[in-house]
Design a protein around this ligand. Sequence first.
Ligand code: DX5
Ligand code: ZN
Length: 220
Amino acid sequence: MPALINPSILSADFANLERDLGAIATADYAHVDVMDNHFVPNLTLGLPVFERLAQVSPVPLDAHLMIDDPDRWAPQYAEAGAASVTFHAEAAAAPVRLARELRRLGARAGVALRPATPVEPFLDLLAEVDMILVMTVEPGFGGQSFIDGTLPKIRRARQAVSAAGLDVWIQVDGGVSRQTIERAAEAGADVFVAGSAVYGAESVPEEIATLRGLASRHTH
Ligand code: DX5
Ligand code: ZN
């Protein structure tokens, strides 16, 4: 699969979200970080804003829910038009039931792991999800530096997906840039979230193309 580039609008101008979604029309998905000030110490946006973003975005939305009680809230993001909904393993009470519900609603289902959360408990449940998000920083803020210690987890996830013969995507999020994307791709990631690297670039479309090119050297 070719590398997918999902810019994070956490680094966009929150007073100009429609304009800044337009700027990433050549991306694969727009990554939308939903934070509730409980699961992470930051607050971004919720369902009413997300619904409008889904209506105006030129690319499908990839919702990353950094919230408590995703069992209750995540399905509403699927109903609001998310193409993909990722909830955190640490916050979900019944991850398999939730993933099945998201799929029933027509969304791809993703499960996210903080840097210190092991992937092993999910390796027998890979058939239940469409994506594993390996956080490469502690969730909560953009602009942090990539944690190399997460690379072995990406590798183990990729080996398990290949061994099972499944088409589960492996996403990385946090500190992804020209400097780090190849390491993540080489370890087995195929979906790349980048916030500050994309929106901080002189040319957003050129940065998306450059990141895609670098990652694609290592993906298949
Ligand atoms: C962090 C968010 C990320 C964030 C990444 O908790 O989940 O999506 O926007 O930002 P960068 O690419 O700047 O590290
Ligand atoms: Zn994110």
